[in-house]
Design a binder for this molecule. Structure first.
Ligand code: AMP
Ligand code: ZN
Length: 139
């Protein structure tokens, strides 16, 4: 379950040093080298999964409770007012490292803004059509 060419496999398994804030048998949580805000962390599974679609159920079940735990610790220790969980899948979605990871980004009052999408007006017929397209792929 390791990819010898993957930098996050090496970091998660301690072969490359990192600013680690948490470790257990399944995960390592490190500080991002290019933080969006102070304390920006990355949750890395120790096994290699390229994205959320590749993740096994056991790891998937553990990752959200861990993200909540890290975010709560950030609020307590760093004084952030809140935090974002961000998880990119695919190059077009902004994924640059193809080992599943969750960003935990502290948000401070008056802190740096983080790009958000611009809301587009929606058409009810178009929404219904898109909903049908997605539903048909789920069945
Ligand atoms: P993503 O764009 O979602 O794939 O996120 C990759 C993140 O990994 C970026 O925020 C990078 O700043 C961060 N990153 C890349 N290499 C390292 C590294 N060696 N140590 C810590 N963070 C890294
Ligand atoms: Zn990997």
């Amino acid at each position: 379950m390791r990819d010898e060419t993957c930098i996050f496999c090496k970091i998660a398994n301690g072969e490359i040093p990192s600013a680690t804030v948490y470790e257990d048998p399944d995960f390592r949580v490190i500080l991002d080298l290019g933080p969006a805000s102070e304390g920006h962390a990355l949750i890395l599974p120790k096994n290699h999964f390229k994205d959320v679609c590749d993740l096994d159920e056991e790891t998937a079940a553990k990752v959200l409770p861990l993200a909540a735990k890290i975010g709560a610790a950030m609020k307590k220790s760093l004084g952030c007012a809140g935090f974002n969980l961000v998880q990119n899948n695919g190059k077009e979605a902004g994924q640059t490292v193809f080992h599943f990871h969750v960003h935990v980004i502290p948000r401070y009052e008056g802190g740096p803004s983080i790009a958000a999408w611009e809301c587009q007006p929606a058409n009810a017929d178009k929404l219904a059509q898109i909903a049908e397209q997605i539903k048909s792929a789920l069945s």
